[in-house]
Design a protein around this ligand. Structure first.
Ligand SMILES: Nc1ncnc2c1ncn2[C@@H]1O[C@H](COP(=O)(O)OP(=O)(O)O)[C@@H](O)[C@H]1O
Ligand SMILES: [Mg+2]
Length: 237
């Protein structure tokens, strides 16, 4: 039976998808394509020569499902220590949805993106240590991914005694290799080199982020929590 989402409020959205809490499983989310940004729009935006590709090549949900299934079948289960698990595709009244593990803090709140964390708290020592752990994990499992974006990582907080701490960083989007890294039978050394480049690029992204907020404005609405159906953009400072 199709899951009804039209009556629900999304908790967040990215460039491509709207994210909802699963109505029957509060610890899962369902991601559907943004109705106002169709696959055709997405293909048009990419421009030539990508406009020659079939629409299915732009379906992030199907691609993410395929990649996460590959992780489940062919990688050590510990790969999911820092990647949200998939529970498969589900039918909804907003089209096919990808159902996955919803990352929650000890408070029950949905964990904020690393970008929003950095905006509020800066690059704390604790955050630095958590990011180092994530990088080591990425290299150890040679995780095939696109560029690791700061709003595609979420910060899961837990409580120890009275103190809140970062339990782990979890990547919730941008999985699966593209370009040369996606070629089958790529020599292991080259694969590891390419993964290493993605990891190194993370440092540049941090630098770019802090540079971009020097004007006091939060960079863009994607990946923010939504309030009353709209991204809750932090006040300029
Ligand atoms: N499993 C999850 N747990 C917690 N937050 C999530 C999860 N998936 C997505 N989010 C939040 O929703 C935002 C948008 O989701 P995302 O999958 O990145 O969409 P898009 O593919 O459109 O970029 C993310 O930036 C993140 O803040
Ligand atoms: Mg995203």
């Amino acid at each position: 039976m199709s899951i009804k989402l039209t009556a629900e409020r999304p908790f967040s959205r990215g460039g491509n998808r709207l994210c909802f809490i699963h109505p029957d499983h509060p610890d899962r989310c369902i991601k559907v394509r943004r109705p106002e940004f169709t696959l055709e729009d997405c293909r048009r935006k990419k421009g030539f020569p990508k406009t020659l590709l079939p629409l299915s090549a732009f379906d992030d949900n199907a691609e993410e499902f395929r990649v996460l299934r590959d992780f489940q079948e062919n990688y050590a289960d510990s790969i999911f220590d820092h990647i949200s698990r998939s529970y498969g595709m589900v039918e909804t009244d907003l089209g096919l949805g990808m159902c996955s593990e919803l990352i929650l803090d000890h408070t029950g709140d949905i964990s904020m993106s690393l970008m929003l964390y950095l905006w509020h708290f800066g690059y704390t020592d604790e955050c630095k240590a958590a990011l180092e752990k994530l990088k080591t994990h990425w290299l150890k499992h040679a995780v095939p991914s696109r560029s690791i974006l700061l709003h595609n990582i979420v910060v899961e907080k837990r409580l120890q005694g009275d103190d809140e701490f970062i339990n782990r960083l979890v990547v919730i989007d941008g999985l699966g290799a593209t370009g040369i890294a996606s070629l089958p039978f790529l020599p292991q050394r080259l694969r590891r080199y390419l993964v290493g480049r993605k990891v190194k690029n993370l440092d540049q992204r941090l630098t770019d982020f802090f540079e971009s907020i020097k004007n006091g404005k939060y960079p863009g609405p994607n990946g923010l929590p939504m309030k009353d159906g709209k991204p809750d953009i932090p006040k300029p400072r």
